[in-house]
Design a protein around this ligand. Sequence first.
Ligand code: ZN
Ligand code: ZN
Length: 150
Amino acid sequence: MSVHAGACQCGATRITADAAPLSISMCHCLLCQRRTGSSYSVHGYFARTCVTVEGTTKSYARKGDSGAFVTFDFCSDCGSTLFWEAEASPDRIGIPAGLFAHPDFPCPTVSIFVPYKHKWVTVPEGVPQNDGHGAAFAAAAAAAVARRSV
Ligand SMILES: [Zn+2]
Ligand SMILES: [Zn+2]
């Protein structure tokens, strides 16, 4: 069992995952660029059952390209993104890798929204690259939207 312990920049909120991430994305999408204020986001997806959150967060929900919602929780004091939940994958929680502030956090397993990648960014060798989320997520998002509109 691996324990990943993360915190926001002011320390008022903390997040812990007591298992390894199921996947790690390097996302170049424009909204990750805006959310992070950086050129891309690196984040792990962890099984919901292994994640513990401490402290007070605020939420912001938006529709993704797929039409499915994503809800972001951020520290209500300092604004660091602590985690998010995607309607398309309710069993998983996304956590920005930077919260763990640990150089041994593993390499991304996939690079997504590659057409929006800044020209100077290099994707680590061997990491698969997708134009969007990838087919599996797209199918899950379409199913989630269909369930909601029933
Ligand atoms: Zn904070
Ligand atoms: Zn993104």
